[in-house]
Design a protein around this ligand. Structure first.
Ligand SMILES: [Zn+2]
Length: 392
């Protein structure tokens, strides 16, 4: 089975696929982890420090949760920009649609994972006044667009297995949960990702088709309750998605699958009829010590030269300010990047995944300023070719 899989993976690199190319520069901004709680506040931080965690070693030790002010500041920056159609950039927020219900988990003696859906608010002890309204305001103004990330972000099976086993890992989980923090991934990568169990044998890491289908069904339900609409685009936690994930998304109406950065791959339809979109610019000033505006700009230009969309990846931590101010420098850099791109490309269009989907289907997309037509062509490419282009 493993050999067959390996041959198939090699074949996928050299089999030609029809990619979509655009005669106008398109820019998308995709952002993960919205709605997902991390370290609660300074009290939570002190609690964990007193329990022996040396926090502050990596940026994600200060990952908390956006505030209404963080979202308002982001919206302000986005509204300061316009593309050639007169529209502001729209940041696609991939939401985690539930958080751990720490209170209930503790009441049940730490035996079972319980999730509090986003529509019922944040876990006890978490204060985020006005945050839900801030999301909704940005969505109504057309500068934020909600998409699906997941529910727990970590693999439930892996966490439940480790809780049941007891020992150091279970003790760490319990300490974190007592402080209102679900996890700090880099300190415990064994928790895996929602559809991917890190410690299984390589070929068994993805959860079964049935398990993924159930999890995705629950996530889509929680998303619909919070946003009163179904998600059209989705990004798997940790970018760990396989064909079963995409098929389950597709059954629930998802039309666009987001993939992580790595190569300059054109958007293309897969076997499920889902549009696969690849991030091409890692814009992560909060977590990337080597971040420079110049290298991001070079990547944007490389995408436009190829006729593929510039797809900016920027995780929510970059906009956080409550435990550490990541927000100020991120917004400054983002403002500079957008200003430079607008000045260089008078025909620039800001789109989100639903508009990209419309473009490849119809050749035009709806915008707050009316329909915008873009010439879309289809050309064959291979992954091996794309990897070579990227290396150059
Ligand atoms: Zn994520």
């Amino acid at each position: 089975m493993t050999i067959v899989r390996k041959i198939w993976n090699r074949a996928k690199d050299i089999l030609p696929v029809s990619g979509f190319y655009f005669d106008q520069p398109l820019l998308l901004i995709q952002s993960d982890d919205w709605g997902r709680v991390g370290l609660r506040d300074h009290d939570g931080l002190e609690y964990l420090r007193s329990a022996g965690l040396t926090l502050g070693e990596r940026p994600y030790d200060f990952y908390s949760l956006e505030t209404a002010d963080d979202v308002a500041a982001l919206i302000g920056t986005l509204k300061g920009h316009r593309d050639s159609a007169g529209c502001s950039p729209c940041l696609e927020m991939n939401f985690v649609v539930g958080n751990l219900d720490f209170e209930r988990i503790q009441a049940e003696d730490w035996r079972t994972i319980r999730v509090l859906p986003l529509v019922e608010g944040f876990p006890k002890g978490w204060e985020r006044p006005g945050l839900t309204e801030a999301y909704r305001g940005g969505i109504a103004d057309g500068v934020l667009y909600p998409a699906l990330h997941g529910t727990t972000h970590f693999c439930r099976k892996a966490v439940e297995r480790n809780m049941a086993a007891g020992g150091e890992r279970a003790a760490l989980l319990r300490t974190l949960w007592q402080s209102g923090t679900p996890y700090i991934h880099w300190r415990m990568p064994w928790i895996g990702y929602e559809y991917w169990d890190a410690e299984e044998a390589e070929e068994d890491r993805f959860l079964s088709c049935t398990s993924q289908s159930e999890l995705i069904g629950h996530s889509v339900g929680a998303f619909a309750k919070f946003f009163s609409t179904l998600p059209l685009s989705a990004c798997a936690p940790g970018y760990r998605a396989n064909e079963d994930t995409v098929r389950a998304w597709s059954r629930h109406g998802v039309r666009v699958a987001q993939n992580g950065p790595g190569a300059l791959v054109p958007p293309h339809l897969d076997n499920s009829g889902v549009l696969q979109v690849y991030r091409t610019i890692a814009f992560e000033p909060a977590t990337n010590a080597d971040f420079t505006l110049e290298s991001c700009l070079r990547q944007v230009e490389a995408c436009f030269a190829l006729g593929i969309p510039a797809v900016v990846s920027i995780h929510s931590i970059n906009f956080h300010s409550s435990l550490k101010d990541f927000r100020s420098s991120t917004l400054k850099h983002l403002d500079e990047l957008l200003t430079l791109i607008e000045s260089r490309h008078s025909n620039l269009l800001y789109v989100h995944d639903a508009q990209l989907w419309e473009l490849v289907q119809n050749g035009f997309c709806r915008t707050p300023r009316g329909n915008v037509r873009v010439s879309v062509s289809s050309r064959k490419f291979t992954r091996a070719q794309v990897a070579r282009q990227t290396a150059v």
